[in-house]
Each structure stands twice: as C-alpha cells, then as structure tokens.
Design a protein around this ligand. Structure first.
Ligand code: NAP
Length: 461
C-alpha cells in the first residue's frame, strides 16, 4: 500500500511519501535505544510535565489536526474534534496517575517472613523501545492510548502507523517532541507493513502492540512469538447490542444508531449485531430502521454530516461484498444496501434482517455502517447468538431486569459488558477483548503495566 494521503470523500491523492530506507530505519532504532537510556531515569514528575504539555499543545491544535484526520480517513469533522479532545484527556489522566499505578508494591508481611526475607518489594520497570503498529480508524486516539502510558512508564515508542494516515502520524511525532520529550522518545516510522518484521526482530525493540485486523495481528504476534517478545493485540470486533423486553426501546434504538454508525461504522467497538428479544423486536426494528434511514450522509467536513465516506475504496468493496453475500443467501434489506452515485467511497447506513449463520456477515466483521438484526425467543437464545462469533471485544445490553444483568455479566464472552449504554473507552477502564479480538489490555493500570518488567526485589535478613 503506498504511503499517501488520499481524500476518501473525493478519491483524490493529495500527498505521497517515500518509505524510510534501511539507513534511516537504523538511525531511528539507534535513537530509540539511546533515548531509552535517559528517559527511563527521568522521574514521573518530569514525564508528567511533558505529557501535560503535549495535552495543552494538542488542544491548541485541535482544529488543525481534526481537519487532517477528516481529510485522511473521512470521519465527520465534529467526531475528529472530539477525538483530539479525548486524547488530551487521556494524556492528562496518565500524567496524573502513572506514579500511583506503578508504585512499588509490598507483599503481605507473613509472605515476606515466610520467604526468609527482611523485605520484599515488587517494582514496575520499563522494558525499552516498544513498536506500535496502528490502524487508521481513530488515527490519533489509537496511538495516544499506547503512547501516553508507554512514555509515562519510561518506555520509548516507535510508531508504524497505517499507510493512509501519514500526516497524522508525523503530527504525533512532532507533538511529543514539542512537548519536551527528548529526541528518540517517540518516533514515527513511515514504512509499509513489509518492513515490520525486520524491525520487530531487532534486539533493540523489546515488545510490540498492534491494533488492527486479525491477519495483521497474527503476523506480528507470530514474529514476536518467534523472538519471545511480549505483544498486546487489539483486533476486530463484532459486538452484540442486546435489547430485552424491560428496556427503554425508544432510547435503545436511538443509542443503537450511534453505536453502529460512529466513525462511519468503522470502529472495533461499534455495535454490529443487534440481538433483540421477540417481544420488542418489531418495535425496536421499526424505530432503529427509521433512524438509520434518516442519517445525513455527506461531506465529512460539513458540520451537519452524520455519516461520511468509508476510508478506502477497498474497504467499501469489502463491505459491499458482505452485504451482497447476505442478500444472496436470503437476508432482507430494510434500508440502504446500494452505493450512492457520487464521487468518494460512500456507503449508506444499511439494516439487514433475517441474517443466518450461513452468511459471511454473521461471522465476519462489517467495517462500515451495516447492522444485522436477530430475533431471539428468550434469554438463552440471546446469549447463544451473542456468543456465536469469533470476536469478543465488548457487548451492549439493554434491560432493567437485575437477574438478566447478572446472567449477561456471567455468560457474555467479551472484554466489556455495557448495560443501558453503548461501549466507549475511558482512560481509567481496561480495554481489550478475548477470542479473535486479541489479548492484553490497554488503558487503566492494566494497560500501563503491560509493557513493564515486573521485578521482585528480595532482600535477605
Ligand atoms: P490492518 O489492515 O490490519 O492495519 C492495521 C495496521 O497493521 C496498519 O498499520 C497496517 O499497515 C499494519 N499491517 C497490516 N498488515 C500487516 C502485516 N502483515 N504485518 C505488519 N503490519 C501489518 O487493519 P485496518 O483495516 O487498517 O484497521 C481496521 C481493523 O482494526 C478492524 O478489524 C478493526 O476492528 C481493528 N481495530 C481494532 C481495535 C481494537 O482496539 N480492538 C481498534 C481499532 C481498530 P498498512 O496500513 O501499511 O497496511
């Protein structure tokens, strides 16, 4: 894939970039190693000062970087501004909390005594340069949620961003530099995916995190496994959105629309499969379909636009194929389903009913504004449908019945269960999935400890 900014609203190539050569990659790996030697010795207070400065600068740049993101990958401009604000918030959160999250721990006195020690502490030490392979869909947020905890822990970052968001990638390097992080602490590598393996095998790179598709995750994890390096994988999702009879159906339908079409439907934690109890199926379907049909599809720079184009021509072709496969096997199109006749890679909000396991869309991730509807007779069937997916990132449940809540929290296979609301990440809460959605966690204390050397310091009597 060429490294280029191509406007998905028009299909126009605005800027292309040469990939870094071997020499330049070597120079940056050496810079990362050198930077780590110093950065690891800085205090939390020093790192926090820089991280807060980065947050301030990002807020100053909010409009500029929002426009860059919208131009590069097509998200509606208001959502791009919100993404920048969210990044600044996460930076401040880690600036505030990193020291307490990574504070030395003292095991229980009786265990210390039992081990024959006079004292024992558990210390969180940084690992070194971490390679981050990141996707285009939240081009700022995906990187910041790695970079803020990594830098605060004393690690340094090497970013291989998606090839279609080079300007956002370069902005991030510049942001951390302007904030005062030393040369080499956070570097963007403009490289194609083919260059990742060699960098990952380099002994100076200590670990990797990848957010993206299953094939990319498998590839990076197998190389890292071969090198015995730690990885965190945040992969695809096909989250269920469950509506039970006690739910506020009106509100559920309203939130369901946002949960499905946020970021033009290209979010790992978007609700994709709508599993609705038979008692409220018709009422929910009517409201949900009506709202999906009313959404304003258009130029993502327009303040009124609710759904912009998909990020790439290939992305739209993949989505169309999934819909056509489902329709060919008997799915009913309740709205959308036809690409509009206009330039750019637009696809309309689409609702499919009568979806069955034979259809690809039942098991594959629909990365665009396409919702699938399932009618379930009872809670057992709801749980069975919800779990019938290779993915298990998060889940959304609408009910006011406490017994049902208990059942869902026990039985849903997912890294999150959001009740009477939609899944949204927050710096203080762990984020990640199980099954084919990946492993490891980002955000919160769990996220910052993923790339630490958890060291037992034992002192004899
Ligand atoms: P992608 O094709 O896997 O790309 C993600 C990143 O991986 C890009 O930087 C890409 O580089 C790189 N890459 C691709 N193949 C690779 C390989 N074989 N070896 C090394 N690097 C490789 O994913 P995408 O289509 O851009 O992003 C959408 C996917 O990400 C969806 O499945 C979505 O659900 C998932 N996602 C997950 C989360 C989460 O937190 N779980 C969050 C957001 C997105 P190039 O651009 O150069 O190909």
């Amino acid at each position: 894939m060429p490294i280029a900014t191509v406007n998905p609203a028009t299909g126009e190539t605005l800027e292309t970039y040469d990939a870094l050569g071997e020499d330049e990659i070597e120079r940056r790996l050496a810079a990362a190693e050198t930077a780590f030697r110093t950065h690891r010795t800085t205090t939390f207070a020093e790192r926090a000062l820089r991280m807060r400065k980065a947050a301030d600068l990002l807020e100053e740049d909010q409009e500029r970087i929002a426009r860059v993101m919208t131009t590069e990958m097509g998200k509606p401009i208001r959502q791009a501004r919100a993404e920048a604000a969210k990044c600044a918030k996460a930076m401040r959160w880690y600036a505030e909390h990193a020291e307490e999250l990574l504070a030395d721990e003292e095991p229980a006195a009786y265990d210390v005594k039992d081990s024959g020690a006079s004292w024992v502490i558990v210390r969180y030490r940084p690992l070194g340069p971490v390679l981050a392979v990141m996707p285009w869909n939240f081009p700022l947020w995906q990187v910041v949620r790695f970079a803020a905890p990594a830098l605060m822990a004393g690690n340094v970052g090497l970013l291989k961003h998606a090839s279609n968001v080079p300007q956002t990638a370069l902005y991030l390097e510049d942001l951390f530099r302007r904030a005062g992080f030393a040369e080499g602490c956070f570097q963007t590598l403009l490289i194609g995916s083919g260059a990742v393996e060699k960098i990952l095998r380099d002994p100076r790179v200590k670990a990797a995190t990848l957010t993206g598709s299953e094939p990319a995750g498998r590839s990076v994890a197998s190389v890292a496994g071969d090198e015995i390096k730690k990885t965190v994988l945040e992969l695809g999702g096909s989250d269920p959105f469950i509506v039970m009879p006690s739910a506020d159906v009106e509100r559920a339908a309203e939130v369901a629309v946002t949960a499905r079409v946020q970021n033009n439907g290209q979010s790992c934690i978007a609700a994709k499969r709508f599993v609705v109890h038979a008692d409220v199926f018709d009422a929910f379907t009517e409201r949900f379909t009506a709202r999906m049909s009313e959404l304003r599809l258009g130029d993502p720079m327009d303040e009124e636009t609710e759904v912009g184009p998909l990020s790439s021509e290939q992305g739209r072709a993949d989505l169309e194929e999934l819909v056509q496969d489902a329709v060919g096997k008997g799915a009913r199109v309740l709205c959308g389903g036809e690409r509009p006749d206009r330039p750019g890679w637009y696809y309309p909000p689409t609702v499919l009913a009568e979806v069955t396991p034979e259809m690809r869309i039942h098991h594959e991730e629909a990365f665009g504004p396409v919702a699938t509807l399932y009618r379930a007779a009872d809670i057992d069937e709801v749980v069975a449908i919800a779990n019938d997916s290779p993915f298990a990132l998060s889940s959304n449940v609408w009910t006011h019945n406490g017994t049902e809540v208990d059942r869902f929290v026990v039985d849903l296979e997912a890294g999150g269960v959001y009740i009477n609301g939609m899944t949204a990440s927050h710096p203080a809460f762990p984020f990640g999935g199980v099954k084919r959605s990946g492993y490891g966690r980002e955000l919160s204390g769990h996220g910052i400890r993923e790339f630490c050397n958890i060291t037992t310091v034992w002192h004899g009597a």
